[in-house]
Design a protein around this ligand. Structure first.
Ligand code: ZN
Length: 389
C-alpha cells in the first residue's frame, strides 16, 4: 500500500489522473466519481444542494425578513438577540456588519486559539468598535491546545484544523445556552465554498469522539478546559435549548469582492490576503501541510464553487490560478519558522511528522455513521422548509 497518500488518490502526471470537465475537482479527491460526460459527483451534488441552501434571488427579501422577525422576537427583553462568531476575516466581519444593518442586536464571540494574525486582532477591535457591538473573547489554554494540535499532526490525517472548528462551535453553543440566546449567526457561505468531497479532505468538526480518541492516543495533556460538544450535549442544545444556527450569507446577495470593498471603506477593515488567512496556522496548514503531505489544495473547492454558483470565474481562469503556488515562498518560509517555534518542534521533528504514513479518520474511533444520518435528516429538513439554510 502506498502510504504517501490517501487511499485512492491519483495525482497530476500519473496514469488515471482526471479533472472534472465542468469544475476543477480532480482525482486528488479519492472518492470522486465521473459520469459519462466526465462531470464529477461533487459538482452534481453541489448543483442540487445549491437550490436548497441558497435562497433564490426573487425570494431573498421576503425570506430574510421572516428570519429577522423571528430572531428579534426571540430576543425581546434581552440585551442581545443573536450571537455572531468573529475571526477578523471577511465573511464573519461582513456578517456582523449586516446583522447591525438589518436591525439585530448581536453579541460578537471570538475563539482565540493563539494563532490570530496581528491584522485579524486589529480588524476585530476596529470594526466592532465602529459598529458598537460588544465582544466576548475566549482564550484557549495554550498548553492544552498546543498538545491537541500536535496530536492531530501525529495522527497524520488531513483534519488538523478540526479541533479549532469544533472549539468554536462548542463555544458558541455554550455562550448561547448561558445567556439564553437562541440564534447563532454563522458565516458559512454555501455558494462560495459548499462544493467538495464529503469527508476525505476534512472530517469531524462535530465529532468529539474522534477528537478525543486522537488526543487519547497521541496526546500527553488532559483536555480539561477545551470547549467541546458530546453528542448528548449537542442534542441538549438543539432539542431543549432550541438553539439554531442561521447561515445569513445564504440569504443575501453576497459577493466577497463587494464585501471587502464595503468593509474597507466603511469600517477601516484591512485585507489580509487569501481565504481563511486570518490565522497563521490555517494559512500554513492550507498552503504547506495540506498540499505537500496530503496532495490537497483547498482552492479547488472554493474556485469550483464559484465556477458553478456565481459565474464570477471561468473554469479556464480557475485552472490558471490553481497552477500558481498557493502562497508566495517568503510568506510560507516565515510561517513555517513561526509555526515550528510556537509548537515547540525542531526541524527534524517536523520532517518526521510530514513523512508519517497518511491516515484517514477511519483509522481512529469516530461517530461518522451517526453524523451522516444527522446530515441526511438536516438535508430533508431543509428541503421541506423545516430547517434553516
Ligand atoms: Zn465537477
Amino acid at each position: 500500500m502506498d502510504e504517501s497518500r490517501l487511499v485512492g488518490q491519483v495525482l497530476p502526471g500519473e496514469a488515471g489522473y482526471r479533472v472534472c470537465t465542468r469544475c476543477i475537482m480532480d482525482t486528488t479527491d479519492p472518492d470522486i466519481v465521473f459520469d459519462a460526460k466526465g462531470v464529477c459527483d461533487n459538482c452534481r451534488r453541489f448543483e442540487t444542494q445549491l437550490k436548497v441552501r441558497v435562497v433564490p434571488e426573487d425570494r431573498r427579501q421576503e425570506v430574510l425578513d421572516s428570519v429577522v422577525r423571528k430572531i428579534k422576537r426571540s430576543g425581546n427583553g434581552r440585551e442581545y438577540d443573536c450571537i455572531v462568531g468573529v475571526s477578523g476575516g471577511t465573511d464573519s466581519t461582513y456578517l456582523v456588519y449586516m446583522a447591525k444593518k438589518i436591525g439585530l442586536r448581536p453579541l460578537a464571540v471570538h475563539f482565540d486559539n493563539g494563532w490570530d494574525s496581528e491584522t485579524a486582532v486589529r480588524n476585530i477591535e476596529r470594526t466592532l468598535k465602529k459598529l458598537d457591538v460588544d465582544l466576548f473573547t475566549y482564550v484557549v489554554d495554550w498548553d492544552e491546545f498546543r498538545d491537541l494540535q500536535l496530536s492531530f499532526l501525529k495522527a497524520s490525517t488531513p483534519d488538523a484544523e478540526i479541533p479549532t472548528d469544533h472549539g468554536i462551535i462548542a463555544l458558541l453553543y455554550r455562550v448561547a445556552g448561558q445567556r439564553g440566546i437562541r440564534y447563532i449567526l454563522d458565516g458559512t457561505n454555501f455558494a462560495a465554498e459548499g462544493l467538495g468531497p464529503e469527508t476525505s479532505w476534512a472530517y469531524g468538526h462535530l465529532d468529539w469522539h474522534y477528537i478525543k480518541s486522537v488526543q487519547k492516543k497521541f496526546g500527553s495533556a488532559r483536555l480539561k478546559s477545551f470547549p467541546h460538544l458530546s453528542v448528548a450535549r449537542l442534542a441538549y442544545h438543539v432539542l431543549v435549548g432550541r438553539t439554531v444556527f442561521v447561515s445569513v450569507l445564504n440569504y443575501l446577495d453576497f459577493s466577497r469582492d463587494k464585501a471587502i470593498a464595503t468593509l474597507t471603506n466603511e469600517l477601516g477593515w484591512e485585507y489580509y490576503g487569501g481565504k481563511h488567512c486570518e490565522s497563521v496556522y490555517t494559512r500554513f496548514f492550507q498552503s504547506y501541510i495540506l498540499p505537500r503531505k496530503f496532495h490537497i489544495d483547498k482552492r479547488k473547492r472554493h474556485l469550483s464553487s464559484l465556477i458553478m454558483s456565481t459565474k464570477e470565474i471561468t473554469r479556464e481562469r480557475a485552472l490558471e490560478e490553481i497552477a500558481r503556488a498557493p502562497m508566495p515562498d517568503d510568506v510560507v518560509n516565515r510561517d513555517r519558522a513561526f509555526v515550528l517555534k510556537k509548537l515547540g518542534l525542531r526541524e527534524t521533528d517536523f520532517e518526521k511528522l510530514m513523512n508519517l504514513p497518511v491516515k484517514s479518520f477511519r483509522d481512529y474511533a469516530n461517530m461518522h455513521s451517526m453524523f451522516r444520518l444527522r446530515q441526511k435528516t438536516l438535508s430533508v429538513g431543509r428541503k421541506i422548509g423545516f430547517a434553516t439554510r
